[in-house]
Design a protein around this ligand. Sequence first.
Ligand code: ADP
Ligand code: MG
Length: 213
Amino acid sequence: MITLFGGTKGGAGKTTAAINVATVLAHEGASVIIADVDKQRSAAKWHARRVDAGHVPAMTLVEKQGNVYATLIDLDKHYDHVIVDAAGDDNQEMRTAMTAADLMIVVLRPSQLDVETLEEFTDVIDTAKDFNPELSVRSLISQAPTNHNETETVDVEEFIVEFPQIKPLVTVVYARKAFRDSLADGRGVIEVMGAPGKKARNEIQELVAEVYA
Ligand SMILES: Nc1ncnc2c1ncn2[C@@H]1O[C@H](COP(=O)(O)OP(=O)(O)O)[C@@H](O)[C@H]1O
Ligand SMILES: [Mg+2]
């Protein structure tokens, strides 16, 4: 199965979500390959830190630019999960990955500037679906404020339901230090023990359960 993380502004949390989902799947015993198709190489750098530190399970990562369609289709034959991490702007890697993917997860911060990008993005989805009618598109709210008085998350949830091409995920990933620390460490949050990361671990487990139910 090919899962693509992409589709919004930079800094939304795509790489964080991608590497964390990949880590959970790998711990569940699936064979997983991460395809970093973003020139910024954030997932590749995370993977290099993981290899240097010797964290297990080891995961494979490939980097590819330009038209990534054939590469992803081929990888899909050899792995249970191909997790694709794309750049945030509109780019050839994301568009060609959308024609190969089973599922795209559009990662959004709960902010006006992030959700506004969805208006143009629905055209990109429609174009991809001409080539790949089976593509399913879900949205994930990431870096939500943990302060319960903030209403942005609910506002954004109400905004997303206006786009029939996108089915929102119920799971919300909050802004938590454990995500930043584990990323810097070459690990996923589920690989970090101790109380501080518990909520982050639960969110990622819940996300994987919802996405691959
Ligand atoms: N849920 C989160 N909680 C805290 N920090 C996060 C979270 N998601 C991402 N970040 C931080 O925000 C920055 C951008 O995240 P990243 O995953 O690289 O975004 P993208 O791939 O969409 O550009 C990174 O410094 C990352 O550590
Ligand atoms: Mg990224």
